[in-house]
Design a binder for this molecule. Structure first.
Ligand SMILES: Cc1cc2nc3c(=O)[nH]c(=O)nc-3n(C[C@H](O)[C@H](O)[C@H](O)COP(=O)(O)O)c2cc1C
Length: 197
């Protein structure tokens, strides 16, 4: 049987492991936190969940960033509620991470510009889609995408970087010898506590 990981009974080490996985996420396609689920609440108070690509994780700031179309339902839901949550489960590591907090849409500032400049041409094309995401179509193919050159200008107004300033992080590690669950709150200075799994 594998030795227990160093974070099994060490809260600080567990938080470091959480951030190690999150910070690996944007670059590592095989990492579960490359494509976390994003949860929001819609105008009816109902939960909504979907996959996004994690673009940045910053332990020092305690933030996560992803990108979306500002015409999308998720952008409207975040603008209205000001909050979002993200979730991922890494099967090989047997670690679930839940992260939540206030979320802000960046559309026209320096952060948005830098994110747009760093986006791949293939991604930029999606932001020039016509009609807007979620529009009802007469047939499945009744939408148009710009070419990469046109997308540079037609996609930019629809592009939005979303930064979630984490208020809470939660971790669940599954092991037959004893599961471990812990949570950390920004309000607590990320001190953390163990929770019953
Ligand atoms: C693998 C994968 C990655 C995705 N990445 C993103 C993303 O980074 N941003 C985004 O807005 N939508 C992304 N999507 C699409 C969303 O999951 C969703 O279907 C779409 O954005 C509409 O969501 P909404 O109507 O709730 O806004 C991705 C979907 C998949 C399957």
């Amino acid at each position: 049987m594998d030795p227990l990981p160093p974070f099994h009974d060490d809260l600080d080490a567990a938080l470091t492991e959480v951030w190690r996985l999150l910070e690996e996420g944007p670059a590592l396609r095989r990492n579960a936190f490359h494509m976390p689920a994003l949860a929001t609440v819609d105008a009816h108070g109902h939960p909504q969940v979907r996959t996004v690509v994690l673009r940045a994780a910053d332990r020092a700031a305690g933030t996560l960033r992803f990108h979306c179309d500002r015409r999308s339902a998720k952008a409207a839901e975040i603008a209205a509620s000001g909050h979002a949550a993200l979730h991922g489960y890494d099967t090989p590591a047997k670690i679930q991470i839940r992260a939540s907090g206030p979320a802000q849409l960046h559309t026209d500032d320096a952060l948005a510009e830098a994110a747009w400049a760093g986006a791949m041409a293939m991604s930029r094309v999606c932001y020039g889609a016509d009609p807007a995401p979620g529009a009802i179509l007469p047939t499945g193919d009744a939408y148009a995408l710009p070419d990469a050159e046109t997308a540079l200008t037609s996609g930019r107004p629809n592009f939005c970087a979303v930064v979630v300033t984490l208020a809470r992080l939660e971790f669940l590690f599954l092991d037959r010898r004893g599961h471990r669950r812990a949570a950390w709150d920004r309000a607590d200075g990320w001190r953390g506590c163990w929770l019953a799994p």
